[in-house]
Design a protein around this ligand. Structure first.
Ligand SMILES: Nc1ncnc2c1ncn2[C@@H]1O[C@H](COP(=O)(O)OP(=O)(O)O)[C@@H](O)[C@H]1O
Ligand SMILES: [Mg+2]
Length: 503
């Protein structure tokens, strides 16, 4: 083969003619204003929205406002070292975080850096924190339960794998406890958990991590935290970091649970950012795109089609209300983009009903398809029963002479409320939940004093485990309710051995 010198020289000439020195110029800008974690830079005409930028001292920033004469940049780290006149460079990348199994058992900040003192995390892969949600055809309807181990949730407002269920309530109503206990219950359930703590006190997060460790849940959990003292941009980014880490597992056919505790604090951080970027404030001073802040996050929860491996990402967003007002701006936004909500109420909590779930205001729009058959059978009418009990209870306060059937309903209602109570960090496997709900709905608790109901439950479970364990095995392995007669005979046999307290 001969080389044509003529041809080569024309090619080189062409290359030189088309060479565009512009790129260089547009890739480096100058800081013209700095303060409060926000910088403005001139000369970054080609910057992309959300692009990662690097300041001359190595601190990173995110391009947010692309304006005609300058770019508004959110600084991801200490901003005191950056001065007016400093250089800021484009990286050409949007923000990425490390992903993969190496992160399990670790505590990281929203940039994916370890903050648990166990050394740097070496991962082979990374993912952009902003990504498009799976499309309509990539999804499948939710059909597998996510067992929270919390009776009141699994029975009344069941959650399916791939669902988005909002947990909402005032402060100190047991919201974080629901998240923690749900994660504790995922042990041996083929689930990976990601707990995103947003704007919480460092001591609280530390205690949560300690609880995970103590109950052996840290092995399958990643904790992403942006604390109360961290700058607003980190609080804003934390949920996207969490979901990106989750997606890596979901797209590899695994099941993931991501908990965002809580999105109200993320919204407040975003409001702060937006005001500093001088975006126009809207309702409650939130920027106009605060809905998109949460919708683009929660849309990334999905149950993938079999062709894509059938993985799932379940999202449990949390929202904190003020004085139980679920009609405020952020709560109504998030209610409208989730598949249901679990409402925790202060007065229930203080009256000793814990978890303080208001069954009337809580719904799961995926519902029954997220329950095993046995649970569906025993819990079928529980919700309505409970609602009518609450009504009767309020009504019966006016009169003392109640007819027999009303008295019986009240009686059953009190025991239902009692059965749905559950202590701290005591998730219960589904077969045991089915057993006690069966006993309740078939009337075996009606003559047990209310204060003995929870003891009856725990002793019943121990008894069945050692005497009729095949009932538990059947429920666990087939998902079906064992023969009615066998269930009844077990409970009756146990009941003969049960001693009420006042005897
Ligand atoms: N089921 C429960 N039984 C007993 N105590 C509980 C229960 N749930 C929560 N608590 C206690 O109530 C307090 C507030 O709970 P927490 O989950 O932190 O609420 P929130 O996140 O809504 O502020 C904690 O001290 C917690 O230990
Ligand atoms: Mg909390």
């Amino acid at each position: 083969m001969s080389i044509n010198a003529e041809e080569i020289s024309t090619l080189i000439k062409q290359q030189i003619e088309n060479f565009d020195a512009d790129i260089e110029v547009n890739d480096v800008g100058t800081v013209i204003e700095i303060g409060d974690g926000i910088a403005r830079a001139h000369g970054l005409d080609n910057a992309m929205a959300g692009e990662l930028l690097e300041f001359s001292n190595g601190v990173m920033g995110l391009a947010q406002n692309l304006e005609e004469s300058n770019v508004g940049i959110v600084i991801l780290g200490p901003y005191t070292g950056i001065k007016e006149g400093d250089e800021v460079r484009r990286t050409g990348r949007i923000m990425q975080v490390p992903v993969g199994e190496e992160l399990l058992g670790r505590v990281v900040n929203p940039l994916g850096q370890a903050i648990d003192g166990k050394g740097a995390i070496e991962t082979a892969k990374s993912r952009p924190i902003e990504a498009a949600a799976p499309g309509v055809m990539d999804r499948k309807s939710v059909d597998e339960p996510l067992q929270t181990g919390i009776k009141a949730i699994d029975a009344l407002v069941p959650i399916g794998r791939g669902q988005r269920e909002l947990i909402i309530g005032d402060r100190q109503t047991g919201k974080t406890t629901v998240a923690v206990d749900t994660i504790l219950n995922q042990k041996d359930q083929d689930m990976i958990c990601i707990y995103v703590a947003i704007g919480q006190k460092e001591s609280t997060v530390r205690n949560t991590v300690e609880t995970f460790r103590k109950y052996g849940a840290l092995d399958y959990t990643i904790v992403v935290t942006a604390g109360a003292s961290d700058p607003a941009p980190l609080l804003y980014l934390a949920p996207y970091t969490g979901v990106a880490m989750g997606e890596e597992f979901m797209y590899n056919g695994k099941h993931v649970l991501v908990v965002y505790d809580d999105l109200s604090k993320q919204a407040v951080a975003y409001r702060e950012l937006s005001l500093l970027l001088r975006r126009p404030p809207g309702r409650e001073a939130f920027p106009g795109d605060v809905f998109y802040l949460h919708s683009r996050l929660l849309e990334r929860a999905a149950k993938l089609s079999d062709a894509l491996g059938g993985g799932s990402l379940t999202a449990l967003p949390f929202v904190e209300t003020q004085a139980g007002d679920i009609a405020a701006y952020i709560p109504t936004n998030v209610i409208s983009i989730t598949d249901g909500q679990i409402f925790l109420q202060s007065d229930l909590f203080f009256s000793g009903v814990r978890p303080a779930i208001n069954a009337g205001l809580s719904v799961s729009r995926v519902g029954g398809s997220a329950q095993i058959k046995a649970m569906k059978k025993v819990a079928g009418t529980l919700r309505l029963d409970l609602a009518s009990f609450r009504e009767l209870e309020a009504f019966s306060q006016f009169g003392s002479d109640l007819d027999k059937s009303t008295q019986a309903k009240l009686n059953r209602g009190q025991r239902t409320v009692e059965v749905l109570k559950q202590g701290l960090h005591k998730p219960m496997v589904v077969e045991k939940q089915v057993m006690i709900l069966f006993a309740l709905t078939k009337g075996y608790l009606d003559d047990i004093p209310v204060e003995d109901v929870l003891r009856f439950e725990s002793e019943l479970n121990v008894w069945v485990e050692s005497n009729r364990n095949e009932l538990f095995t059947t429920i666990r392995e087939t998902g079906k309710l064992p023969d009615d007669g066998e269930m009844r005979s077990a409970i009756e046999a146990f009941k003969k051995t049960f001693l009420p307290t006042n005897n």
